[in-house]
Design a binder for this molecule. Structure first.
Ligand code: GDP
Ligand code: MG
Length: 223
């Protein structure tokens, strides 16, 4: 899971980013395609039981940064209980839908954007829309135009990816982390605070279950 990478005394900034979207759109597959690009996609590794994160070094125009990518299940009950923790200190979000499943696209405005508004506390949250399963173009239910309209409405960019072929997967994560890093650099130049390294929060050492309701039930949704 987490790899601790230190280069000649310079610690790259670390940003937490979260994956959001309906069950089955390919969130976990995108993360494993990024972190294990050579592993063939396996339908059986798809179960995300609870919350987990992986870290990955990524290039930006302003140097290397480390992304801590959180992935969760889409089960209703699970989400309600754990979303505050999931979003805590997140600097970026990848909103994923399946281009061959219109419902997964509709969920973004009906559900996931609301969840972001309700739970995201960070001053700035970079967002990227990702239409996954671009290899299923023959079964496409969501046109690019629709997705572009969504981007215009919510002020974000988009990419179509395929966790199956690998198309645009690295590009998508690099794009989001570039947006997040640029924002952090701008914020740093405005204030003396600097880029906060969330290692100090202890998040690197594992997932700590925290929620306002004290309900520590983890759903068995395999998403
Ligand atoms: P999650 O619930 O959003 O984490 O979705 P998963 O990563 O578990 O993927 C759900 C299913 O979609 C699995 O059977 C994957 O093999 C499949 N899948 C994921 N990404 C792609 C893709 O880009 N193309 C195709 N054809 N199938 C995909
Ligand atoms: Mg999953």
């Amino acid at each position: 899971m987490a790899t601790r990478i230190t280069s000649a005394g310079v610690k790259p900034p670390l940003y937490k980013i979260v994956m959001l979207g309906d069950c089955g759109v390919g969130k976990s597959s995108l993360v494993s395609r990024l972190t294990n690009p050579d592993r063939p996609m396996n339908d059986d590794i798809s179960a995300t039981m609870g919350i987990e994160f992986d870290t990955q070094m990524l290039d930006t125009e302003h140097g290397k940064v480390k992304a801590q990518i959180w992935d969760t299940a889409g089960n209703e009950r699970f989400a309600r209980v754990l979303l505050p923790t999931y979003f805590r200190k997140a600097k970026g979000v990848i909103l994923v839908y399946d281009i061959a499943k219109a419902k997964s696209f509709e969920s973004l405005s009906e559900r996931w954007m609301t969840q972001i508004d309700d739970h995201a506390s960070s001053d700035y949250l970079g967002k990227l829309l990702v239409g996954n399963k671009s290899d299923l173009d023959a079964n496409r239910e969501v046109t690019r135009k629709k997705a572009e309209n969504f981007c215009r409405e919510y002020g974000m960019e988009m990419l179509e990816t395929s966790a199956k072929s690998g198309q645009n997967v690295l590009k998508a994560f690099e794009k989001l982390i570039g947006i997040v890093h640029n924002e952090a650099l701008q914020a740093r130049s405005k204030s003396k605070g600097g880029i906060k390294d969330i290692n100090s929060s202890g998040a690197q050492n594992g997932f700590k279950l925290e929620n306002e309701e004290g309900d520590q039930t983890i759903s068995s949704c395999g998403c």
